[in-house]
Design a protein around this ligand. Structure first.
Ligand SMILES: Cc1cc2nc3c(=O)[nH]c(=O)nc-3n(C[C@H](O)[C@H](O)[C@H](O)COP(=O)(O)OP(=O)(O)OC[C@H]3O[C@@H](n4cnc5c(N)ncnc54)[C@H](O)[C@@H]3O)c2cc1C
Length: 455
């Protein structure tokens, strides 16, 4: 391909890459855009638990790129990037194809980090993609099925014990989800759900320590105990080895073991190998080995290359690796790509952190809004899903998912004016810059108004 052709290549179609592409399409970007992802579907990771537990459908959480990009003019290529040559301005793919670019967007996200714990990569379940969610679902259902059939008490205990390694947001959300879901699944098979154990193993003394969700710890600790099966939290416990049917951990300088066929790994992320391999000097990387970018999101040594989301770090700024940062950076990268094409000045990226949202079981969540107030329980769940639904990509997708969810989940299921206080109305108004927030707030206000009138 002729490198003189003005062509923008985006590698990785996650929050950064997909939102860059959608914004470019929306802004009628005058150059051709190619989006490359190894998967056929975009994964809305914060809602992966809802996909896993059946609260939401695949068209909402893992829609196809071809559907999301229909009519946008963006060319989608499903292929795995194998190498990036920043000097030759070329990206090579597993299929043998290669693309030259005039501008490149690095949006490869991060990968699960196993911290060299023995057997973790081989024997623990990651929870990162749609494929991970499906694999875990099949495994757990298989364990429950076997548990129902066995007479061997020891064997049944192993089959019904799940250990989650990592007390960060992902581990807490996973533990809470399983604390409600597994008893439900097991009872449906005719099993005694009180035999299920869900153990959350955390290296540090506190869960959510140093996490953006830190302020929600007291709520999370309380809600974890309120699940159908209360979660056993082991703090100060460092996982040291994972085998197919046991996990070893160190606590108070003693090595302990727990018998289980299911260890779920949520204990860390690592910089994407392709990003580690880039010819970028150490002094232009952060302590996670991610390349530093300028406030306009460009690599320091290759200004034609933009990078955002989990795979880059903005100079002199510390932003958490989250979806809300990634999609805002994607929008700004698009603005700056357009500025280059039109010969205009590039603008620094402004990212605003609106708050944090934590799933804490079926129909339960906690929201920390602007560090001003916190909402928990079913109201938190309503805010969390409503907020994420406003972010689902493309107006068509947004509309379809939003209307179905608003109709089924809010208006028919959750919305009882006697259960929903003014705090939720306030919260939804604050968060709800988008469709659902406004809809819900209006509906709530109307219902509360109707209620006032009828008094
Ligand atoms: C289970 C889970 C729950 C989360 N919950 C929240 C939450 O509640 N709130 C929040 O703000 N954040 C949450 N996060 C974090 C958030 O999802 C990430 O910060 C965000 O996805 C980062 O966006 P990104 O664009 O950098 O990377 P990603 O969204 O991970 O996208 C990277 C893309 O690159 C593609 N890719 C990777 N390697 C290759 C290759 N070699 N070739 C081609 N394509 C490739 C991948 O398929 C993927 O589509 C969660 C993450 C997980 C895993």
């Amino acid at each position: 391909m002729n490198s003189q052709v003005y062509q923008t290549v985006i590698i990785g179609g996650g929050f950064t890459g997909l939102f860059t592409a959608l914004h470019l399409a929306h802004e009628h970007y005058p150059r051709s855009v190619i989006l490359i992802d190894k998967d056929e579907r975009f994964c809305f990771k914060p809602l992966l638990y809802e996909y896993f537990d059946g609260e939401m459908d695949s068209f909402q959480v893992v829609p196809r790129f071809s559907e999301l990009l229909k009519g946008s003019g963006v060319i989608f290529v499903q292929d795995t990037v194998q190498s990036i040559d920043l000097h030759q301005k070329e990206v090579k793919l597993a299929s043998g194809n290669s693309y030259n670019y005039s501008n490149l967007v690095l949006a490869l996200g991060s990968v699960t980090g196993y911290h060299q714990v023995e057997g973790a990569r081989e024997n623990a379940f990651p929870f990162w993609t749609q494929a991970d969610a499906i694999a875990l679902d099949h495994h757990l259902r298989d364990c429950l099925q076997k548990a129902i059939q066995t007479e061997d008490v020891e064997q049944r205990r192993k089959l019904l014990t799940v250990v989650i390694v990592g007390g960060g947001a992902s581990g807490v959300e996973m533990a809470a989800t399983l604390g409600d879901l597994l008893p439900h699944w097991y009872s449906a098979l005719g099993g005694n759900s009180s035999e299920i154990r869900v153990v959350l193993l955390n290296h540090g003394q506190k869960i959510l320590d140093g996490d953006i969700n830190d302020p929600l710890r007291p709520i999370a600790e309380k809600e974890l105990q309120k699940r159908t099966i209360p979660i056993e939290i082991l703090t100060g416990a460092e996982a040291t080895a994972i085998h197919p049917n046991t996990i070893e951990y160190k606590s108070n300088n003693q090595v302990n073991t727990l018998s289980t066929y299911t260890t779920i790994w949520t204990a860390g992320t690592s910089t994407h190998p392709l990003i580690q391999d880039l010819p970028i000097p150490k002094e232009h990387r952060d302590h996670h080995n991610r390349p530093l970018v300028t406030p306009t999101m460009q690599l320091l040594d290759f200004p034609e290359v933009f990078a955002g989301g989990d795979c880059a770090a903005v100079q002199d700024s510390s932003l958490p690796p989250t979806a809300q940062v990634a999609y805002q950076q994607g929008a700004n990268i698009a603005q700056n790509l357009k500025a280059i094409a039109l010969g205009e000045e590039l603008k620094p990226v402004k990212v605003s952190i609106r708050g944090t949202l934590l799933k804490l079981g079926l129909n339960d969540a906690a929201a920390n809004l602007f560090n001003v107030f916190e909402v928990a329980g079913e109201s938190g769940h309503l805010i969390r899903q409503g907020t994420y639904l406003t972010l689902l990509p493309t107006p068509i997708h947004d509309f379809k998912a939003t209307t179905e969810w608003v109709d089924e989940e809010i208006f028919h299921h959750h919305l009882d004016p006697h259960n929903v206080g003014k705090k939720v109305v306030q919260a939804v108004e604050v968060v709800g810059a988008g469709v659902v927030g406004v809809l819900v707030a209006r509906k709530l206000l109307k219902m509360l108004g109707d209620e006032e009138k009828s008094k």
